[in-house]
Design a protein around this ligand. Structure first.
Ligand code: AMP
Ligand code: ZN
Length: 480
């Protein structure tokens, strides 16, 4: 029996859109390279998180929640971390814990579910050393000057993922020429730690303490949690080379396997307002900044509008992230909110998405196609088709757009009434309810008097008719 469920994925390894067939349908395994936790995640870092969150949702829908394992690591050992901790005068642990927590909060605001397992590099040093020892024992790596290096020419089919020429690879890897390298392509598996840097007992009989190179952690953590060969490995397109190429070299040579992962998926890059995001151009935004500050277009944005803007483009295409797209996303989510609430339906937890929405996603996560299907449902719902409204709500929830959460996010953005003090607030609210009572009793003289008295105190009342209940509701603000 075929265990394919019609999902097609563009596989960087084969350069084609392939039918997804898991190794074991009762244990579908996905690994995504996670953040290096030294600073807030920027909006580009959020793209793989949101894209692979959608993939995890699709896999769970097709194979069953309990049959999918999604692993996304946390890189908590890195030179950038050491430098930032020293700069802030805090311990490395404090910095990585604080940053990981911010990351969790920001990604949750984008509607991304946490992965099933979130391993940390520093908790897998022994597994990394095991792989390094194996590579040396098998002749794929060597120790020199307190480093251990992977010897690229020892692997016959090195470079299958990125398919670059040796010259391009040397340029792309920004390989340092070092006396301890046998070949300029060789890359670091382990390096010595200087005084004050985090260090562990070294492998391969090296007597000084050291720390892992960049790529080895993903080989160790994926093998530990998903096995020596698993189904899908993902990340941004910039990771194809050297990071993923070197992960493959380490894992395949250590374990003697044909593939590390069968499908390699890479999301395209994000730029902001037409330009490569960079601090010097002033178009560099962290997710936290978009949520909590008014740095982009003079206002705060909701997490789910950001999610929408990230999914508007198919994941492999480059995205131009603009405040205009965010504003459109917000409008669209607002329209859907209205349509669904007018239809009096509510999204059902764990409901299957509409068939056309799912069809779009099965075609290499074609989110624009899935969105087109949502628009079709919303047109039908607007014309009174309650079933379509239900399917719209269910499909939105499936895609990570929880409209209850969206309402809370919008609420949190609404400008707060400037309340001078809580006493004033209590007084105004009491007067408003007296005025509403007077109006109900058709005592308009009293109701007008209360309004005027409040106005003299600088409090402006506004009466609005609730479109559903037909009742008058009064809000207030302080006159400017
Ligand atoms: P890093 O912390 O730099 O390793 O990046 C974490 C993830 O974000 C990786 O999967 C990167 O490929 C991805 N990434 C970084 N910058 C961008 C960008 N501008 N657009 C899309 N993905 C990005
Ligand atoms: Zn990785």
């Amino acid at each position: 029996m075929s265990i394919s469920k019609g999902l097609k994925l563009t596989n960087t390894l084969t350069r084609s859109k392939d039918e997804f067939v898991p190794i074991d349908a009762s244990n579908v395994r996905l690994y995504v390279c996670g953040p290096t936790v030294y600073d807030y995640a920027h909006i580009g870092n959020a793209r793989p998180v949101v894209v692979f969150d959608v993939l995890a949702r699709v896999l769970r829908q097709l194979y069953g929640k309990q049959n999918v394992t999604y692993v996304r690591n946390i890189t908590d050992v890195d030179d950038k971390i050491n430098a930032r901790a020293a700069q802030e005068g805090i311990s490395i642990r404090e910095l990585t814990n604080k940053t990981a927590q911010q990351y969790h909060e920001d990604m949750a605001a984008l509607g991304a579910m946490p992965p099933d397992i979130e391993p940390r590099a520093t908790e897998h040093i022994e597994q990394m050393k095991d792989i390094i020892e194996k590579l040396v024992a098998k002749g794929f790596a060597y120790a020199a000057e307190d480093h251990v290096l992977f010897h690229v020419p020892a692997m016959e089919d090195y470079g299958q993922l990125s398919r670059r020429s040796v010259d391009e690879m040397i340029a792309g890897a920004r390989v340092e020429v070092a006396t301890y390298k046998k070949s300029p392509m060789d890359f670091v598996l382990w390096k010595p730690s200087k005084q004050g840097e985090p260090g562990w007992d070294s492998p391969c009989g090296i007597s000084t303490p050291g720390r892992p190179g960049w790529h080895i952690e993903c080989s160790a953590m994926s093998a530990q949690h998903l096995g020596e060969t698993f189904d899908i490995h993902g990340g941004g397109v910039d990771l194809t080379f050297p990071h993923h190429e070197n992960e493959i070299a380490q894992s395949r040579c250590a374990h003697g396997t044909k593939n590390m992962a069968n499908y390699w998926m890479h999301n395209g890059f994000l730029q902001v307002e037409g330009e490569k995001m960079s601090k010097s151009l002033g178009n560099f935004f962290t997710v936290h900044e978009l949520l909590e500050t008014e740095n982009l277009a003079g206002r705060k944005w909701t997490g789910l509008s950001i999610r929408y803007a990230l999914l508007q483009t198919q994941y492999r295409q480059p995205i131009d992230f603009t405040s205009k797209n965010l504003a459109e996303a917000e409008k669209q989510l607002g329209r859907w909110q209205d349509i669904i609430s007018k239809a009096g339906v509510h999204a059902k937890e764990n409901a299957a998405p509409d068939a056309d929405v799912l069809q779009g996603l099965l075609d290499d996560l074609n989110t624009p196609r899935a969105f087109a299907a949502l628009h079709k449902l919303s047109r039908a719902a607007r014309q009174g088709d309650k079933q379509a409204a239900q399917e719209l709500a269910d499909s939105l929830l499936f895609l990570g757009f929880d409209l209850d959460i969206y309402a809370q996010q919008k609420q949190a953005l609404a400008p707060k009434k400037q309340v001078a003090d809580t006493q004033l607030q209590a007084y105004v609210e009491e007067m408003i309810s007296k005025r509403l009572e007077a109006r109900a009793a058709k005592d308009f003289a009293t109701s007008d008097r209360i309004r005027d008295e409040l106005l003299q105190k600088g409090v402006l009342l506004k009466d609005l008719k609730n479109s559903e209940s037909g009742e008058i509701e009064t809000t207030w603000e302080l006159k400017a």
